[in-house]
Design a protein around this ligand. Structure first.
Ligand code: SF4
Ligand code: SF4
Length: 413
């Protein structure tokens, strides 16, 4: 009779392979070492002390999308394990170890800076405006050393905004530095409900990108800084970027071993609310029946993986969009797909990232949408790149911009 499996064996990878077909990196590469099962096998065979550039390369090829954990019967948190491995690489190869690896990759691929051009800005322009600890530097592969100190987001006094109930807002780097119109759009939407935005002084980058690069202690420091600022406010904290939302909601886990910050992090994580969930609760009361004939604006909504897999937010954004006049949602036949941006994945694995991106992009283009929308800053950049790479001319806009423009239509009709 065979021996009963140990508790550790029951917790570990069963090598069932359920994670393989759902992994976008496996699907694009055909190489199973990049799937969750492959990484689990590697982790069992070698320990961190034997890590090498080959290991670094394999662990760079993960989007941290979480699709594997959703289907894993052992509920293994693969993204956490990948981040832990990257943290070990940073420790092994010195300060900025994993980032140095990514920088080397980026320097060999200057076209990565095309992401900045797609956004209609020069790299120098962006570099000059981004604080040194902004996750956008990593996302845009802008690795220039700088001695500049961190610029914190300036406070935006309620005086600029309309009177009413103040809603605390966490803009993140994208709304603050690349697309400030997002703030204006959300402000405009809220003003229709006699509510106003307030942005506390001292907020910085959420810290997701720096954590994904294996610098968990730096990510904790950034979380503490944001918590300190957000504690000065009360009530819900509105977040318009899916990735920032997911990371702020995880502050409680990031700081769970810090007795001085654990409960403070828990309180902030409990207060965050994602933009589509927030708008759905507002629009619910004002939903207007619109005939099918009026719904002539074909809209494709892209599900950011952090929202789909981590937070399970898929219905709310669709409910908001469908409640708007003119909007007709178009959907992929096989369901939502990862865009291939993955925070730093597009830097560590540019060819694979572009393959995943353009596979999705072509499927979206085939749906003939009039507009493409999403809530995640990384997805927004990736989808813009894809539409440009496919020589298409379909606008890719933030969710709040679309809701705001359709709400204007609603008021005018
Ligand atoms: S997190 Fe995503 S990319 Fe990484 S191994 Fe899992 S499914 Fe693959
Ligand atoms: S789904 Fe989970 S248990 Fe199955 S092979 Fe993948 S990581 Fe291992």
């Amino acid at each position: 009779m065979s021996a009963q499996p140990s508790e550790d064996q029951l917790k570990g990878c069963a090598k069932c392979g359920a994670c393989t077909p759902v992994c976008p990196v496996y699907r694009a590469s055909g190489n199973e070492i990049y799937s969750a099962r492959g990484k689990q096998h590697l982790a069992q065979v070698f320990d961190g002390a034997q890590a090498s550039p080959v290991f670094e390369d394999i662990y760079s090829k993960c989007l941290l999308c979480g699709a594997c954990s959703m289907v894993c019967p052992r509920k293994i948190d693969i993204t956490e394990e990948v981040i832990e491995a990257r943290t070990k690489f940073s420790a092994l190869y010195g300060e900025h170890g994993y980032q140095k690896y990514l920088a080397r990759k980026a320097l060999n691929r200057p076209e990565l800076l095309g992401a900045a051009r797609v956004l209609g800005k020069t790299a120098a322009n962006i570099l000059g405006r981004l604080p040194i600890d902004s996750g956008l530097r990593l996302r845009l592969a802008l690795f220039a050393d700088s001695s500049e100190s961190t610029n914190l987001l300036p406070g935006k006094g309620a005086g600029r905004l309309k009177s009413g109930t103040p809603i605390t807002y966490f803009p993140g780097c994208t709304a603050q530095y690349l697309h400030p119109a997002i703030i204006e759009d959300i402000d405009s939407i809220l003003s229709k409900y006699n509510q106003k935005l307030q942005i506390p002084d001292g907020l910085g980058c959420c810290g997701l990108a720096i954590m994904a690069s294996g610098k968990k202690e730096d990510a904790r420091d950034m979380a503490r800084k944001n918590i300190k600022s957000l504690e000065l406010s009360e009530g819900p904290i509105l977040v318009s970027c899916g990735s920032c939302f997911s990371h702020l909601a995880d502050y409680k886990d990031l700081l769970k071993d810090d007795p001085d910050w654990r409960s403070r992090a828990e309180m902030i994580s409990e207060r965050v609310i994602e933009i589509s969930v927030f708008l759905e609760s507002l629009l619910e009361e004002e939903r207007i029946e619109v005939s099918v004939q009026q719904k002539d604006l074909r809209v494709f909504y892209h599900d950011p993986c952090h929202l789909r897999h981590d937070a399970g937010i898929t219905e709310e954004p669709r409910a908001v969009l469908q409640s708007l006049p003119r909007v007709r949602l178009v959907e992929l036949v096989d369901g939502p797909q990862c865009c291939g941006q993955g925070g730093l994945f597009h830097v560590g694995a540019p060819e694979l990232s572009a393959k995943i991106r353009d596979d999705l992009g072509q499927k979206i283009v085939d749906l003939k949408p009039d507009v493409i929308t999403t809530t995640c800053s990384g997805c927004l950049m990736q989808l813009k790149s894809s539409i440009a790479a496919l020589a298409q001319n379909i606008p890719v806009i933030h969710f709040s911009a679309l809701v705001n423009s359709c709400s204007v239509d609603l008021n005018e009709s």
